[in-house]
Write a protein that binds this ligand. Structure first.
Ligand code: 2P0
Length: 329
């Protein structure tokens, strides 16, 4: 084997591959009590989705390779084949810094999402949890799922919930991330109303709401009750109550930007139309409930047994991604 092929062979052996799943909250994390310590203002509960995932490859690179691609010594970050700009490279670089001891070690991360990036479809939860898992492999840290979840929240709060499934809680008081007991088998249908990048990031949106929203205090107070009730409904396998509370909690979260200064909304006319469609289906006997995150897309919570039928119904009106949940941890 000549030198070039030998190097290539070594490189290929050193590429680590991981897969992580997105999660969508049914009780929302919205606001930070302490941004530095990553203590959320609210406890949250989410579903981890089998068909919405990120696959990430990671390897060490030479300074020459980084300079050749970017003109500087940096980590190389590719998302869906596209080399990311300096801002994004620095953001992911900070995640890698949580693992690397030798600051001169440069890394290439090549990541592919199964869903539109940054469209409020939670590609950040799968993307950043995958980056954490990948670093754990590359730097041979052998950290447990629990330890990785705790590190992951510093990359992005919601990503810590992607280490468990199908249903995960993140407790604001203890900081713990853990699996919630339920026999309910869920499905979720994403209605992709607009897959353009969001205007206000969730990080920024949360910050504005925490500082200025007139309903923020109420949101936090009620959310504490919602979290306890939701865990109870899940344990009692009461889907109707789970669904109803999912909607109420999402609507309360979306009230906070409306009462912020300056006031804003993540929801569009299309979101409201879709929410009304879900309500109408329910009046006709279907068991489905909506939730929305920091973007206009509407996600529909249902039972796994109804997923295929409901998918067909929604497909007549919307571009959809239907997903089952995944068992993890
Ligand atoms: C959630 N979201 O519980 C909530 C609901 C969006 C709306 O967690 O600042 O990207 O990195 O901790 O995790 C999205 O926020 O924010 C989010 P940071 P993150 O899923």
């Amino acid at each position: 084997m000549d030198r070039k092929n030998l190097e290539k062979n070594i490189d290929e052996k050193n590429i680590k591959k991981v897969k992580s799943y997105a999660n969508i909250a049914i009780i929302k994390y919205w606001g930070k009590k302490d941004a530095e310590k990553m203590i959320p203002a609210t406890s949250s509960i989410s579903l981890t989705l089998k068909d919405m995932y990120t696959e990430t490859e990671i390897s060490f690179i030479s300074d020459e390779e980084a300079i050749e691609k970017t003109g500087e010594v940096t980590d190389l970050i590719y998302i869906n084949g596209e080399l990311q700009d300096r801002e994004q490279r620095q953001k992911i670089g900070k995640v890698i810094d949580l693992f690397r001891e030798n600051r001169s070690e440069r890394v290439k991360i090549d990541t592919t999402n199964s869903m539109p990036t940054e469209a409020g479809l939670s590609s950040s939860s799968s993307g950043l949890s995958a980056a954490i898992m990948a670093c754990n492999e590359l730097f041979e840290k052998n950290l447990s799922r629990n330890e990785l979840a705790q590190i992951s929240k510093f990359a992005s709060g919601s990503s810590c919930r992607s280490f468990f499934g199908p249903v995960t809680a993140w407790d604001k008081d203890t900081g713990e991330v853990y699996k919630v007991k339920t026999d309910l088998k869920f499905g979720m249908i994403m209605l992709v109303l607009n897959d353009a990048k969001k205007v206000i990031s969730s990080r920024k949106g949360m910050e504005i709401c925490t500082k200025t929203s007139k309903t923020f205090e109420n949101w936090v107070k009620q959310s504490e009750i919602d979290f306890i009730e939701m865990k109870k409904y899940l344990e009692e396998n009461d889907f109707e109550k789970v669904g109803k509370l999912t909607e109420e909690n999402a609507l309360r979260m979306h009230e906070t930007p409306l009462t912020a200064t300056p006031s804003f909304s993540y929801l569009s006319d299309k979101s409201h139309e879709a929410m009304n469609f879900v309500r109408k289906l329910r009046e006709n006997g279907e068991k489905c409930y909506f939730t929305m995150d920091a973007g206009p897309n509407v996600k529909v919570l249902c039972l796994e047994k109804d997923l295929d039928r409901l998918k067909e119904t929604f497909e007549k009106k919307y571009r959809v991604i239907a997903s089952r949940v995944v068992e993890l941890g």
